[in-house]
Design a protein around this ligand. Structure first.
Ligand SMILES: Nc1ncnc2c1ncn2[C@@H]1O[C@H](COP(=O)(O)OP(=O)(O)OP(=O)(O)O)[C@@H](O)[C@H]1O
Length: 241
């Protein structure tokens, strides 16, 4: 079955959420099919992080629903969602800086259905750069290396979809290229789907099969990556150029 013919892995309908009485998401509807790479582009403060946090259950939905593999997960805990196969790498990465790279990866294995050593060996094959740093504290790595560690740790849990919040923020271009290559490889080899929040146009257009524009808490349009490569059009849609 091709990705376009298969039922959605993740589907979101009329999703609302916010902080206290402040509404941020005003009815987000989207779907991601198995193995599909979908980008979300939007100006600062439009609700991209809020959307990912609500999808993971860190923020409660005030209306609407989130379905994963057909099941209604709108009220499930973040841990339950992670166990079902939703992997999340938040903005700022949130690795454990005092723990070694190996220990960080072990933490990721808590959700793994396979043995810890087997899982870590498998993931390190995709992240060769981390092999040299296994005994170093996570906090001693560069920003880009910490992002690789956060991604690798998340993958140790065996997700079927990755929710990534600005993985290239503050990272040098050479590691951005590496992150793009690794994500493409993960999609190709492991069939993992991706929902990517990103403001770096090279990254979002290089990875996404389609790009959703988020404005003031709703998806206002969908554009193919070729369109998003045109800075003047992006300026018109989201005012980012
Ligand atoms: N904990 C919070 N309490 C109250 N308001 C918040 C909180 N976190 C975020 N907001 C507000 O919610 C709105 C959406 O924020 P969000 O972080 O989701 O946007 P974003 O699109 O991810 O922006 P950026 O690209 O700057 O990360 C912003 O106006 C922000 O100030």
């Amino acid at each position: 079955m091709t990705a376009s013919a298969s039922p959605p892995l993740l589907s979101v309908g009329g999703l609302h959420s916010g902080y206290g009485r402040i509404p941020i998401l005003g009815g987000v509807t989207l779907a991601v099919r198995p193995g599909e790479f979908v980008g979300i582009l939007g100006h600062n403060g439009m609700g991209k992080t809020t959307l990912l946090r609500t999808l993971m259950g860190y923020l409660p939905a005030t209306a609407g629903e989130v379905r994963f593999e057909g099941a209604d997960i709108t009220r499930r805990s973040p841990t339950a969602r992670a166990r079902m196969g939703l992997g999340y790498v938040p903005q700022g990465r949130e690795i454990f800086p005092a723990l070694s790279v190996r220990e960080n990866l072990r933490m990721g294995c808590l959700l793994s259905k396979r043995g810890e050593d087997e899982t870590i060996a498998d993931i390190l094959a995709t992240f060769p750069r981390l092999k040299a740093y296994l005994d170093r504290p996570g906090g001693a790595l560069s920003g880009g290396e910490q992002q690789l560690l956060a991604l690798a740790r998340c993958l140790c849990g065996g997700p079927t979809i990755l929710l990534l919040d600005e993985p290239t923020e503050g990272i040098q271009p050479s590691i951005i290229e590496e992150i793009i290559e690794i994500l493409l490889r993960i999609g190709r080899e492991r069939g993992i789907a991706l929902l990517l929040v990103e403001q770096n146009l090279t990254c979002i257009t290089g990875l996404s099969e389609r790009i959703l524009i988020l404005q003031k808490g709703v998806i206002t349009r969908e554009v193919p990556p070729e369109v998003a490569r045109d800075r003047s059009l992006i300026d018109e849609f989201v005012g980012m150029a």
